[in-house]
Design a protein around this ligand. Structure first.
Ligand code: GTP
Ligand code: MG
Length: 389
């Protein structure tokens, strides 16, 4: 399976950089030259600075409208670069990584997604975005709501990662982000690594594409891991990967259309009865009643790992909180503006234009300058040279 990871903005390029570390093909796009320079693993020729004419290479300061404009202006360069990287190969899925709350990623990702869908109609475009922390305030929430709206009309699926769910305790923010990014990459990379691996019951690119082709709805990746020596019942571990604390997103899994489960571990732990017990239960629970499955017995492994993908989700508290908060803010903003307009009108009504307070015309001027008016015509005549006449 061929996947291309494209990071947009700071959050997105940091995540793409980690994908590059684990040998995925990755590209970084940003409006900030400094942030591009800061990356460690994506080679310099795969880093693209956009919108320099708009931002001077300094980012867009959480303004998605500018992020959109920056991507739009340099879209031909970006598409050319992507085209030259792909060559004649078919890309199964473009994964676009970004932060929903900023400007470059939130504004630029939908523009790029649309261009990729136009140019590569057989490839999937999957947006992988981090939702802002509640502590960040209203602006990132609004940016996220705008971008959710745009991407849901363009992308095949949106894998939304709720930073609030993955942040633990009160650790400092950059450390928290680092850990979250690592978790995102670990899960998605494990899943992708298990696609198209030869074996008895495995997953192929078409299974993954089927699950992710979900008309711009949300998807989430679940994960559970245990020491093979300690596992009592694999069924329990599989169920755990579907539980809310194992998922990236607060979501009602019953609203999911499709599921996909990949299990990787030592052969003696993979007991068919335990696996089917869990999968039958989950198949009944999700709306679409379809779960794709792949089993990967590996005698060298000492841990058992379950990666789960749920797609077609439309019922998610993480998303709803953002959209509802942004809507409420928009309504109260419009109301406050209307109130201010009414108040201003009321305050200013009855105020004359005071034209009569200030002098106008010749009479008026004479009140200020009380000498004789100069004869301008006469004065200019004197100044003219003879040949002008
Ligand atoms: N998971 C995760 N989220 C991040 C990270 N950095 C920023 N974010 C989130 O992403 C949002 C900010 O996005 P950035 O990527 O910093 O912004 P940008 O796209 O570079 O846009 P501008 O800086 O406005 O030009 C914030 O709301 C954060 O919640 C990160 O490393 N990991
Ligand atoms: Mg930035």
């Amino acid at each position: 399976m061929k996947a291309l990871i494209i990071g947009v903005g700071q959050c997105g390029t940091k995540i793409a950089d980690l994908f590059s570390l684990v040998n995925f093909d990755a590209v970084a796009i940003n409006t900030s030259r400094g942030d591009l320079d800061y990356l460690k693993h994506i080679p310099p020729e795969r880093r693209i600075l956009v919108g320099e004419g708009v931002t001077g290479g300094k980012g867009v300061n959480a303004n998605p409208l500018l992020g959109r404009e920056a991507m739009r202006r340099d879209l031909p360069t970006v598409m050319r670069k992507i085209g030259s990287l792909i060559g004649y190969e078919d890309v199964d899925i473009f994964f676009l990584t970004f932060g929903f709350g900023g400007g470059t990623g939130a504004g630029g990702t939908p523009i790029l997604a649309e261009a990729l869908k136009d140019e590569y109609p057989d490839s999937l475009v999957v947006a992988v975005g981090a939702l802002p922390l509640r502590e960040e305030g209203i602006r990132p929430t609004i940016n996220a709501a705008i971008t959710i709206d745009k991407l849901s009309k363009i992308a095949d699926s949106i894998i939304a990662i709720d930073n609030n769910k993955l942040k633990e305790g009160d650790e400092d923010i950059s450390r928290a982000y680092e850990k979250i990014n690592y978790t995102i990459v670990e899960r998605i990379a494990s899943l992708l690594a298990l696609v198209d691996v030869p074996g008895e019951q495995t997953l192929d690119a078409s299974d993954l594409k089927f699950v992710l082709k979900a008309f711009g709805s949300f998807a989430t990746v679940g994960y559970a891991k245990a020491d093979a020596g300690k596992i009592k019942n694999l069924s329990r571990l599989i169920l755990k990967s579907f539980e809310n604390e194992g998922l990236y997103l607060d979501a009602n899994i019953e609203s999911a259309l499709y599921g996909l489960v990949a299990i990787h571990g030592p052969p003696e732990t993979m007991k068919a009865a335990e696996i089917f017990e869990a999968l039958d239960y989950l198949t009944k629970r999700i709306k679409g009643k379809q779960i794709f499955r792949g089993f990967y017995p590996d005698p060298r492994e000492r841990e058992i790992e379950v990666v789960t993908l749920l797609s077609g989700i439309y019922d998610s508290k993480s998303i709803e909180d953002i959209v509802v908060t942004a809507k409420q803010y928009a309504q109260s903003f419009i109301k406050a503006r209307e109130e201010a307009e009414v108040k201003q009108k009321k305050l200013l009504s009855g105020l004359p234009d005071f034209d009569d307070v200030y002098p106008t015309g010749e009479d008026g001027m004479s009140e200020i300058y009380d000498g004789p008016f100069p004869d301008v015509e006469e004065a200019t005549k004197k100044l003219r040279r003879p040949k002008d006449d």
